[in-house]
Write a protein that binds this ligand. Structure first.
Ligand SMILES: NC(=O)c1ccc[n+]([C@@H]2O[C@H](COP(=O)([O-])OP(=O)(O)OC[C@H]3O[C@@H](n4cnc5c(N)ncnc54)[C@H](OP(=O)(O)O)[C@@H]3O)[C@@H](O)[C@H]2O)c1
Length: 332
């Protein structure tokens, strides 16, 4: 089969389209023929290297943590799925930066880590929403559930995760302020849950937030990191919640805990989705909830940009330029 592999960390040019052998599925494993593979920002971090990976990753490696596909074969002892089932997965139970291999035509996956896809959810749609939606779910179901009327600030509101978060917060009755990188993204963000948008590269976003919400935002949900997080503290209301769930612009530097007191008795979270999805049964329950919200139209999936898997390099280049809104899927 063919797969995208990297032999060393670096820019998009290190990704190569290569022939790779895979063994038959082992005990407890299912062989998937991938039909839609998600591009997530973590794939870019893994490709670049030196993120918070403590140990060097074994090379060559196939990137990717998330895909939809069809079960083509099962190994001994598998009861969870059968040949022909449509399924999806997010990680395979290891730490998020270990055991990647979704950028491939086929893959053996522990059957316990597979979720069935409902008839109403297309494969590309599943690959567009699972990890990004479960990251949003981790926030609204475990960390901060907006009450009706709460003002919530979401950075990069037109990102894959941002668009789902904005809609989910709106569903709970929040007033959603979204920062975005350009005017086209602002339009898309407003069509997906944002009441207000701020062009945060051109404007002082702290002043813009204060103009909309003089008392500050009850929560700030930040997947941008380095460029936004410190100033985000100045956007929060007293007793507000700060959630840094991603580092698209780089790592947030260490923060003096006293700042949380000085800036208004703030609560700070740094979630990782793998802790939320650790238990396979919970993963399937959370997927079912997510798919139901998509089927009901509560969470609309924006037009997904698709690239052939063989052109993953181009997909990464475009994602790093941050020109477009919404999710990206690679087609084998
Ligand atoms: N904690 C977790 O478990 C978890 C799980 C999944 C994803 N994440 C994180 O969530 C964030 C969003 O992920 P995603 O897959 O939705 O990403 P995405 O769709 O590729 O969007 C990332 C957005 O970040 C903004 N951005 C700001 N500075 C940037 C830079 N220097 N380079 C590239 N983009 C930059 C851009 O939006 P603007 O143009 O509007 O600024 C860009 O569109 C990422 O940080 C990702 O690592 C975290």
């Amino acid at each position: 089969m063919k797969a995208i592999r990297i032999h060393s960390h670096g820019g998009p040019e290190v990704m190569r389209w290569e022939d790779v052998e895979i063994p038959p599925p082992g005990p407890g494993e299912a062989r998937l023929r991938h039909t839609a593979i998600a591009l997530n920002f973590s794939d870019i971090n893994i490709r670049r290297g030196g993120f918070y990976q403590k140990d060097p990753l074994p090379m060559p490696l196939i990137p990717g943590n998330e895909a939809a596909g069809v079960v083509e074969a099962i190994g001994p002892g598998v009861t969870e799925v059968k040949v022909g089932d449509r399924v999806g997965y997010v990680g395979v139970g290891a730490g998020f930066f270990a055991k990647t291999a979704a950028y491939a035509e086929q893959r053996n996956v522990p059957a316990a880590r597979l979720a069935h896809l409902p008839d109403g959810i297309a494969d590309v749609q599943a690959a567009s929403v699972m990890l990004k939606g479960l990251t949003a779910s981790n926030i609204v179901n475990r960390i901060y559930r907006p009450a009706s009327g709460d003002i919530v600030l979401i950075h990069a509101a037109a990102s894959g995760v941002g668009l789902l978060l904005a809609q989910w917060c709106k569903h709970f009755g929040a007033v959603v302020i979204g920062t975005v990188g350009n005017a086209e993204k602002a339009k898309i963000a407003r069509a997906h849950g944002c009441d207000h948008t701020i062009l945060y590269r051109e404007t002082d976003f702290v002043a813009a937030v204060k103009a909309i919400a003089p008392g500050g935002a009850r929560a700030v949900l930040d997947g941008v990191g380095l460029d936004t997080f410190e100033k985000s503290m100045d956007c929060a209301a007293p007793f507000g919640t700060l959630v840094n769930y991603g580092n698209a612009s780089g790592h947030v530097p260490p923060i003096d805990i006293m700042q949380l007191s000085l800036k208004g008795t703030l609560c700070m979270w740094r979630p990782g989705v793998s802790h939320f999805l650790g238990d396979p049964q919970r993963f399937r329950t959370l997927c079912a909830e997510l798919f139901a919200l998509v089927e009901k139209g509560v969470l609309k999936t924006v037009a997904t940009r698709v690239y052939p898997l063989a052109e993953a390099r181009k997909a990464h280049e475009d994602a790093e330029r941050a020109q477009f809104a919404g999710p990206v899927v690679l087609l084998p």
